[in-house]
Design a protein around this ligand. Structure first.
Ligand SMILES: *Cc1c(COP(=O)(O)O)cnc(C)c1O
Length: 380
């Protein structure tokens, strides 16, 4: 909650100021030249970075334990900045099978157009990772907690295998946040975030960020990022900084509310399965208990009544909102079979662990009894 700030003579503002400027002026051309060549030099141009953006970068880099961070305009732009910055045509990457939809689409369409090939393996199977490695493999891509079935990646096992094979590991830590997991402590080289979600926490901004463990690698990716131009806007960065100050409190409540709902849903006769890692029936139960102090607010559950029941549930909730995204203070529900995953056949849905009656819930920070009252009346 104490956000690093550029110093001001004698005192400092209580909140991080919004530096709404595209550039900075100099009296010495040599200082200006230095500023243009380094991520840690004086501020020069807001595409490179900006004092408000830098506060965000320092804060999250500090939380994740990185050498530096690069704030971007969206989570997808952070992911693409890192992947395009580290890979070249002909390279191969190994990604975990359960991936965020946008990342999955990008890897199958955009990456292919740039001559980058992808093999998918389970996120908790270092032996499968070793078997998938080719001479041209460069990188392993993981997500700490997956969407919508909340599978937990074996970060220590997968990052150690990657390192052994000379591969870089990149981890999307959006669902866990540094409150629950710091992938660099488990051997990751790069951590990416959609700051749109828990880090900002109020459904009012789209943003992304990459944290890089090694100082040399950070400089390399920074140089590429300014060429790519995926920069964060100062006002958007300010909104994320503002949200970050309550991240610890919000995550505690998201985790507690999710546990409360998951436990009650598991005992409800209209529900056939609850995909929350804290339940012994979940495939990540053991790994999750070992790696994470909590599982965040996103999980899914299956309704006995199939597609029709899923659609009826969406229309019946009163407090929860039918909406995409996650990580805001309010609870959101979604029916993957008729919305985000509507183009998939029943077989394809099943292969992704999504049933016709699966409901995804992104639990907010409301009072738990208010939430259960809403969910149970919708189930009824
Ligand atoms: C939302 C999300 C993204 C993409 O972020 P945007 O800010 O929407 O571009 C990437 N990964 C995960 C896990 C996400 O939830």
């Amino acid at each position: 909650m104490h956000i690093p700030q550029a110093p001001v003579d004698g005192s400092r503002p209580m909140t991080v100021p919004i530096y709404q400027t595209s550039g900075f002026s100099f009296s010495d051309p040599a200082v200006m030249a230095e500023a243009m060549g380094s991520p840690t030099g004086p501020f020069v141009y807001s595409r490179y970075t900006n004092p408000t953006v830098r506060s965000l970068e320092l804060a999250v880099s500090g939380l994740e334990g990185g050498a530096g961070a690069i704030a971007t305009g969206s989570g997808m732009s952070a992911i693409n900045t890192v992947l395009l910055g580290l890979l070249r045509p002909g390279d191969h990457l190994i990604a975990q099978r359960a991936l965020y939809g946008g990342t999955s689409a990008m890897l199958s369409e955009l990456a292919a157009r740039f001559g980058i090939s992808v093999t998918h393996v389970p996120g908790d199977d270092p032996a499968a990772l070793r078997a998938a490695r080719r001479p041209e493999t460069r990188l392993v891509y993981l997500e700490t907690i997956s969407n919508p079935t909340a599978l937990v990646a074996d970060l220590p096992g997968m990052c150690a295998a990657a390192r052994e094979l000379g591969l870089l590991s990149v981890v999307d830590n959006t669902f866990a946040t540094p409150m629950l997991c710091r992938p660099i402590e488990h051997g990751a080289d790069v951590v990416v975030h959609s700051t749109t979600k828990y880090l900002s926490g109020h459904s009012d901004v789209v943003g992304g960020l990459a944290v890089i463990a090694d100082a040399g690698l950070y400089e390399r990716v920074w140089h590429f990022a300014i060429e790519l131009g995926a920069s964060a806007d100062p006002f958007a960065a300010w909104l994320v900084v503002r949200g970050l100050q309550t991240l610890a409190l919000r995550m505690e409540r998201h985790c507690a509310n999710a546990e409360y709902l998951a436990t009650r849903l598991a005992a409800h006769p209209a529900v056939t399965a609850v995909h929350w890692p804290g339940l012994a029936s979940h495939p990540s139960y053991e790994l999750g208990r070992k790696l994470l102090p909590g599982f965040g607010g996103v999980f899914s559950f299956d309704l006995a009544g199939g597609r029709a029941a899923g659609e009826r549930f969406m229309k019946a909730v009163r407090l929860a909102v039918l909406a995409p995204s996650l990580g805001g203070v309010e609870t959101l529900v979604m029916h993957p079979a008729t919305t985000s995953h509507r183009s998939l056949t029943a077989e394809e849905l099943a292969a992704n662990g999504i049933g016709e009656g699966t409901v995804r819930i992104a639990v907010g920070i409301e009072h738990p009894e208010d939430l259960w009252a809403d969910v149970s009346q919708a189930l009824a």
